[in-house]
Design a protein around this ligand. Structure first.
Ligand code: GAF
Length: 389
């Protein structure tokens, strides 16, 4: 695992890049969602926690209305853009500038909503991009915190999460929900965050698998995902269509699942509804188990969630199914794909003394199929975004 980029070396790198010291360094984490997948944009419940891994941004205030972004993780040239521009998507940026749409998009949305100005940014990360661990939200949230601090704004974190989500939706053109930005900004160490995506109300739920002799493994399946590639947007549209046909504001509001399934004629929409409604129930049940100290029982919930995402919502991918399957055969308590789907990561809950066996079984399953070897990350429920220096 890469060590988190420390603030001091990033500040020194900033000084060599820009010829001046940064005004500060900000850090925002990626996330793992324990359960509650594709429920956020259906006004439902989610239960993510923040990872120790994330994105770090060294920044200096500018008063010329320009945001300049440089990244130690992208070989591309620096990107310079005005903060009062329109949507980045409308500017037809070439592919090699795509990473900069996140910080520039955030700068534009915050400029419009809060009156913040420009900044010079240097970005580093210890979170793999495309692994479904919310590297985009981490970049948005670290940038957003930096801009607010530099320009003397202090919106509450729920509002900031909504602005970061808006940047991703309107500026980058990715139709994400509110979960990832909320997790990055609101999570606390040792806890998952139970978030009601309709009311915005949230609270910590203790998650300490180690206390129960368990480990939560994160498996990067090395099949990269991109939330803007169409599959995610189609699922959102299907959920909206089903809610409209059922006459409810969102699938969160379906109370009589059997009745709803009887009403819908399209088998695809029936499967989507079945997933969202049952997944919401699983989040409530999972939060109850954690509060009761029954972490081991979470395994069955993870398995049910995975099957639902695979068979009803149809967003799983072969490497995820193989990882879950191999983990269960090696004696893990449960596992599931996480995030938007079509690529990214899997989580596996296992007895700590079985973790090596589970890792080896997943690695062997990939080798048998000739796939790129999976990568494993430590998943420690950690703090939300903060100023690091
Ligand atoms: C992605 C999105 F960004 C989230 O908003 C959420 O919908 C998730 O997929 C699926 O639960 O991470």
């Amino acid at each position: 695992m890469t060590a988190p980029p420390a603030a001091a070396p990033l500040a020194a790198a900033f000084e060599s890049a820009y010829g001046r010291a940064p005004d500060g360094v900000w850090r925002a984490p990626g996330r793992v969602n324990l359960i509650g997948e594709h429920t956020d944009y259906n006004d439902g419940l989610v239960l993510p926690f923040a990872l120790a891994q994330g994105v770090t941004v060294a920044a200096a205030r500018r008063d010329d209305g320009i945001v300049e972004a440089r990244s130690l993780r992208a070989s591309a040239a620096p990107v310079t853009a005005p903060v009062d521009g329109g949507p980045v998507t409308a500017e037809g940026w070439p592919r090699e500038r795509a990473w900069a749409a996140y910080p520039v998009g955030v700068a534009r949305v915050l400029h419009g909503a809060l009156g913040t100005g420009g900044a010079s940014l240097l970005i580093d990360a210890d979170l793999p991009a495309g692994a479904g661990l919310s590297s985009s939200a981490a970049l948005e949230c670290a940038t957003a915190l930096a801009l607010c601090d530099l320009h003397g704004r202090a919106p509450d974190r729920r509002e900031l999460a909504a602005l970061a989500q808006r940047a991703e939706n309107e500026q980058v053109g990715a139709p994400c929900g509110i979960m990832d930005q909320s997790a990055s900004l609101l999570c606390t160490p040792g806890n998952a965050l139970l978030l009601d995506c309709r009311s915005g109300l949230s609270g910590p739920v203790p998650f300490a698998p180690g206390d129960a002799g368990l480990t939560l493994l994160v498996v990067d399946t090395r099949a990269s995902h991109d939330i803007g590639d169409g599959g995610y947007g189609r699922r959102r549209a299907e959920c909206e269509e089903a809610a409209a046909l059922l006459g409810v504001p969102a699938l969160r509001d379906v109370e009589d699942l059997a009745g709803a399934l009887g009403t819908l004629r399209d088998p695809v929409l029936r499967r989507r509804v079945q997933h969202v409604v049952t997944e919401n129930h699983r989040v409530e049940a999972a939060a109850g188990l954690l509060r009761a100290g029954a972490v081991a029982e979470l395994g069955a919930m993870l398995n049910a969630s995975h099957l639902s995402l695979r068979d009803q919502f149809e967003v799983s991918w072969p490497q995820a199914d193989a990882a879950v399957d191999a983990a269960l055969r090696a004696g893990a308590r449960g596992g599931r794909m996480i995030g938007g789907g079509f690529g990214g990561s899997v989580i596996v809950l296992t007895a700590a003394d079985r973790a090596d066996r589970v890792r080896a079984a997943i690695t062997a399953a990939y080798a048998d199929r000739g796939w790129t070897a999976p990568a494993f990350l430590d998943a420690v429920p950690s703090a939300g975004a903060r100023r690091a220096a």
